[in-house]
Design a protein. Structure first.
Length: 202
């Protein structure tokens, strides 16, 4: 368990350091018209530090769980970026590594268990919104309830749930916590350091 926690700590430090190195890079895709392919690509790339986004492949969220994935830009298999989700009320692009991609595929594939065999990392430097902090499958908030905003952050998925031991399972005033802690899709949310968020495209 100590080894897993040490690996997690290293990932947190490395991810936050990567964000800090990219704090002065200008936003991509200025001038692209909203809704166009170029705009979607720019939105997707704004989720991660430039060193990762520059060579990442870019996919569009499919319309449903059985629809064919649309490739907006071919790139490295190591990282895949997505533009904003069409079902959420705010901009929430994300860039994921190959391990976290297994997590996303499982979440969208009829309640399968996550396919994570090693540490998975996702960047969400524009923040995000979720319908529930306890149920990852909830598509919409309950009647009368608002969407829950997540801060610009790095997400970490681990294959062994013991790696989450000792971390808060409710959002603290500062620092990381475990989102969806009691589900198979638990992830560590590491808020990005203040001032390191990438500016979104216009």
């Amino acid at each position: 368990m100590n080894t897993v926690r040490a690996m997690t700590a290293c990932a947190l430090c490395g991810a936050l350091a990567a964000c800090a190195k990219e704090r002065e890079i200008p936003p991509p895709g200025q001038g692209a018209s909203p809704g166009t392919t170029n705009w979607k690509i720019a939105r997707a790339l704004s989720a991660a530090p430039d060193g990762i986004a520059a060579s990442a492949s870019i996919q569009e969220w499919p319309d449903n769980d059985t629809a064919q994935v649309a490739i907006l830009r071919s790139g490295s298999e190591a990282w895949t970026c997505f533009p904003d989700k069409p079902v959420t009320p705010r901009g929430d692009p994300i860039c994921v590594d190959d391990q976290f991609m297994g997590w996303i595929v499982a979440l969208r594939s009829d309640w399968q268990a996550p396919r994570v065999t090693g540490m998975g990392i996702a960047y969400m430097l524009q923040g995000s919104a979720v319908a529930s902090e306890t149920d990852p499958f909830k598509a919409q908030p309950d009647s009368g309830q608002a969407w829950i905003d997540l801060p610009p952050a790095i997400l970490i998925a681990m294959p062994n749930r013991s790696a989450y031991a000792g971390l808060p399972t409710a959002r603290p005033a500062a620092g990381p916590w475990v989102l969806w802690a009691r589900s198979p899709y638990a992830v560590i949310v590491v808020p990005a350091a203040a001032g390191t968020e990438r500016a979104p495209p216009p």
